[in-house]
Design a protein around this ligand. Sequence first.
Ligand code: NAP
Length: 559
Amino acid sequence: MSENQATMAPQAEGQAPEFDAIVVGAGFSGLYMLHSLRRQGLSVRVYEQGGGVGGTWYWNGYPGARCDSESVYYMFTDHMSEEILGEWDWSERYAAQPEILRYLEFVTDKMDLRRDIQFNARVVSAVYAPERNRWDIRLADGGAASARFLITAVGCLSSTNTPKFPGIDTFAGESYHTGAWPHEGVDFTGKRVAVIGTGATAVQAVPEIAKQAAHVWVFQRTPNYDIPGRNRPLDSGYAAGVKADYKDLWQKARESGFGLPYQIVERSAVDYSQEERQPIFEAAWAKGGFYMGLETFSDYLVNRESNDTVSEFLRSKIREMVKDPAAAELLAPKDHPFFTKRPPLENGYYETFNRDNVTLLNARTTPIEEITPRGVRMGGHEYEVDAIVYATGFDAMTGTLFGMGITGRDGLRLQDKWRDGPRTYLGLTTRGFPNLFVITGPQSPSVLSNMPVAIEQNVEWIAGLIQHMTANNLAVAEPAQVAEDKWVAHHDEVAAATLLLGTDSWWVGANIPGKPRTLYPYVGGVGPFRAICQEVAEKGYEGLVLTRHEAPAPAAAGG
Ligand code: NAP
């Protein structure tokens, strides 16, 4: 048997099981990766920290959680299974978390994926052994395994961030982080609740919590430009139309900038008069969703003057919706341009501040001082509450990878290699870590796109490379230094041409004290990124050093 051939090696008692590939995470990306490698006849084991599939949709069960991409474009395509695509129908324009979770469970069962997934299995170390060309994995429960390929499918927003407020452990009431929500749900009926944060998560949660709670205090440090989502039951005619046309629409999404098949018009707002711009903005406002950013004018991220026009339009809408002028002014962002932080989609968020039981607080001018046993102290006042909801985001894109103890050649730890910021080739690989592949990693489009589109491309590229290695009896893949340096330079150059680095956001790591400030996702667009990756593959995986393994292959590795 060649060393690239499949099958799990026979295992002596007590010996760690050996696989061709280990995938970490069973969300969208892990499920598709498992399916793609199994299809090649490889032995694959998925380790998932949660008790079920779903990834982000397993953990983020907070009230109001739903997808900000339209559900008809937030799913696996026919590349995964034509049958599933045909069988599944969404109920709303933006699917809520329970429905997405049901979908992922449906896919898992339909594709018989569960048998290769180990749940409640947190990877705490992953060490590359060069003499065996294998990754040795350890789990929190002491379990162990090894594989030639290690593929992280851990999502971009999976390590929660809770600011280190003084006194945080002294609070006597209930504390929740939105990214680790109790699966049994939380009943806020009649309770006094503090919500800290006003990002995309809080914008979804606050209206729902306010419907139950006696009172909600929203601690806002930075307001966002929230766009109306205009969620509604999905029109079956529209959904059927998308299904009938899905091959073209998905291809369009794959070739687009942000992974959505929208009509991008290349034009600048500065070339239009205020009278001409207004109906364009109003049309996108009425439509709801990311159309505001994608189908009005195309240069918001690179032209401050153009951006000012849409930013002012959005501020004017906030002033119309919120009755209290002081609250409206506080909610209207002035410190950053539109879309330089991820704009949340809102379904009733602004109107929530017209309710008597909701109070907006300015945590910018008077930062939160401490958490006390009874609540939150800010500006010398103690807000007494029964529950605190931390909607304070994530250590995005690198937090979970660094928490896995990934150690490459010569004992190099990933967090040491990336101490000054990620260094990758295509966001998918990094030198010093042979056969490690990162799905939706830093320096790939990932969060700057509709995630399933970015995921599909990443997974298929990795699967294609592994297939190429098998076919050519190659065992080790690692980027050349020059290729990695070139990719980082290109990534940085594209980022520097935008307004993104000038705004404090999690996209640039600004939410985590001490995190290197750099743009984490690649802003060149999913379409152009796909083309680059395709060209790399067509040129025999140019930039990667692909070799046979030189050490004698151990018998247990199936060699
Ligand atoms: P986030 O965007 O990072 O927002 C965290 C919030 O907490 C911000 O308002 C932040 O204020 C605030 N905060 C952090 N530390 C604070 C402190 N010490 N004092 C006061 N406020 C503090 O996190 P998120 O809302 O969870 O969203 C993260 C990302 O998840 C989104 O951008 C989006 O990509 C994704 N998401 C997607 C969906 C969807 O599609 N279904 C839904 C929700 C979230 P500052 O802004 O001042 O830092």
